[in-house]
Structure formats: C-alpha cells, structure tokens
Design a protein around this ligand. Structure first.
Ligand code: NDP
Ligand code: A1CAB
Length: 267
C-alpha cells in the first residue's frame, strides 16, 4: 500500500509526483496515465513503473491525487467510485467543486480541493487548498501539509475562494512568462543579446517578487522607490498606465474567474 496515488501524470501530475518522490520516496507512490507515452516518460525519470489502470492506483493508496483535465473528471470518478472507501481525494482540477466530486462518488468522501501552479516542478509552487467537511485527523493533516510543502508553499482557503485562487496563482504564471517575453523582446530591440535579455527579465521578476515577500512592504511603496522624480521609471510607468497595464491584468482575472465558474462537473 502506497501513501500517494496519482491519476494523470501530465504537466501538473508529473510535477507533484516528482516532489512527492523527493519527500516521501518511491515506495510511497503509484500512478497511472491514459497516455502510454506519459507513463513511459515518468518511469524513465523516476524509475517507478506505472500501474495498469486508474482502479489499481485507487486501490493501492491512501491519498489519491486527481490530476486530469476537468473535462475528464466525470469519467475518472465513474471509473474509481466503487473502489473508494476511506481514501482521501486530492483534486487539482480547476473549477471542480468538492460537492460535485462527492455527488459523483455517491458518498461524502474526505476531499482536499487544491490549486497548485507549474513552478511546483522546481519546488517553487504556491498552492491554495480547501478541506471538505469531515474530520481529518492530525496525522492526515500533517501528511497533507507535507505533501503540499513538498513542491512549494501552500495556504488554506474557504472553498468559495478557490476559483479566485486559480486567477491569482494557478493561471497567472502564464501572464508572468508573457511579461518576461515581452520585456526581453523589447530590450533585444535595443541591442541586448537574447540570452542575456531573458536572464535580466526573469531575475528581475524573481528579485522583485522576493522583495514583496521578504520585506512585507506594499508593492506600491516598492514601486515608488524605483521611480526617481523626472527619471526613467516614472516615464515608463506613465506609458504603462496609458496602455492600460493594470486594467489588462484585472480583465485577465475576470476572464479567468468566469471560465473557472463555467468548468462545473457534468453529471
Ligand atoms: N497546467 C497548469 O498550470 C495547472 C493545471 N491544473 C489542473 O491540473 C489538471 C491537469 O492539468 P495538466 O497537468 O495541465 O494536464 P495534462 O493534459 O498535461 O495532464 C493530464 C494527463 O491526464 C491524462 N488523462 C486524461 N484522461 C485520463 C484518464 N481517464 N485516466 C488517466 N489519465 C488521463 C492525460 O492523457 P492525454 O494527454 O492522453 O489526454 C494527460 O497525460 C487539470 O485539471 C488542471 O485544471 C491546476 C493548476 C495548474
Ligand atoms: O488553464 C487551466 O485551466 C489550468 C488551471 C490553472 C492553470 N492551468
């Protein structure tokens, strides 16, 4: 019997499997993916052969991580529901509520709904989690905490905020990469070599993010300290405001949230 079972070893499933491997060891992991190629890649990277089915995974673990796309959740839940007894379900599917998973399973299983992000692959993720009703023992909460800490930080939220968490951290790495790409392109245009442009842009994002987390200062105050009166930065800030930079982010969050709300589990 393994501690963790994974259904889905794609972008997120593999990242979480890798972190679990480091923290809990290979004997505590079982997994299956519908893609034979994903199973082969995972086996070649972690040295753990895949199980032969989702049912086999569900039967052999205590904590079952569901890491398939939201549209595949109904078929996966239908497939495994007869072998779920006291396993704790950890779902990372965007938009899928705890109630809808319970309804599909047909009983009030203990569920942790989570929203990680892709930096989990290098153990620098941030995950929002929400516990279902039902009493989780201290030991279960400790193992769940170690699981989510194995690939970065985690914060606990009321489930009604999980779609908002998706906007803040699940989806937003994509916009950060777009920012890095755009900043790099713009300085390549000024003559900076491309490889160095990515290093300058990415390290700046990393450093600025660390300033927010480590100093506890308001982001606006940190921004003000970069802006010398009559200097270069305030000229850039003015251009960003003229082009709706903040509004573009707010609109992105609105679109992200609306899509998450629509990803409800089909019966
Ligand atoms: N990508 C991200 O940044 C984040 C994703 N998530 C959530 O994580 C979940 C997975 O996303 P992601 O890893 O990007 O998706 P991927 O498509 O990369 O991985 C999902 C894997 O599940 C496999 N799969 C599909 N159907 C089944 C099935 N019935 N049984 C077993 N395996 C199956 C897929 O195979 P095949 O390719 O053959 O379909 C694929 O290999 C989603 O619910 C998403 O909302 C959460 C946070 C961040
Ligand atoms: O785009 C998506 O739906 C998933 C959920 C959060 C990040 N990727």
């Amino acid at each position: 019997m393994a501690l963790f079972g994974f259904i889905g070893a794609g972008n997120m499933g593999f990242a979480l499997l890798k972190a679990c491997y480091s923290t809990f060891g290979k004997n505590e992991l079982v997994y299956f993916d519908a893609s034979a190629q994903k199973c082969q890649e995972t086996e070649s990277q972690l040295g753990i052969p895949a199980e032969d089915s989702n049912i086999s995974v569900a039967k052999k673990c205590k904590y079952l991580v569901l890491a398939v796309k939201p549209q595949f959740m109904p078929e996966v839940l239908d497939e495994i529901k007869d072998v779920i007894t006291n396993q704790i379900i950890i779902s990372i599917a965007a938009g899928i509520s705890i109630d809808s998973i319970r309804e599909k399973l047909g009983f009030p299983a203990k569920i942790v709904r989570a929203m990680p992000n892709t930096p989990a692959l290098i153990f620098k993720g941030i995950t929002g989690i929400s516990y279902s009703s039902g009493s989780f023992s201290d030991e279960e909460k400790e193992i769940i905490g170690r699981f989510f800490s194995s690939f970065g930080r985690y914060e606990v939220f009321d489930e009604k905020l999980m779609n908002a968490v998706t906007c803040a951290s699940g989806s937003s790495p994509a916009y950060v990469y777009m920012f890095i790409e755009a900043l790099a392109d713009s300085v390549v245009d000024l003559g900076i070599p491309r490889d160095k442009a990515y290093i300058l842009a990415a390290q700046t994002v990393l450093g600025a993010a660390a300033m927010v987390l480590e100093t506890g200062e308001h982001p606006g105050a940190l921004k003000d300290k970069v802006c010398s009166p009559g200097g270069t930065t305030i000229a850039a800030v003015k251009a960003l405001e003229e082009h709706g930079f903040r509004n573009a982010i707010m609109k992105a969050t609105e679109a992200c949230f609306n899509r998450a709300e629509k990803l409800t589990l089909k019966k």
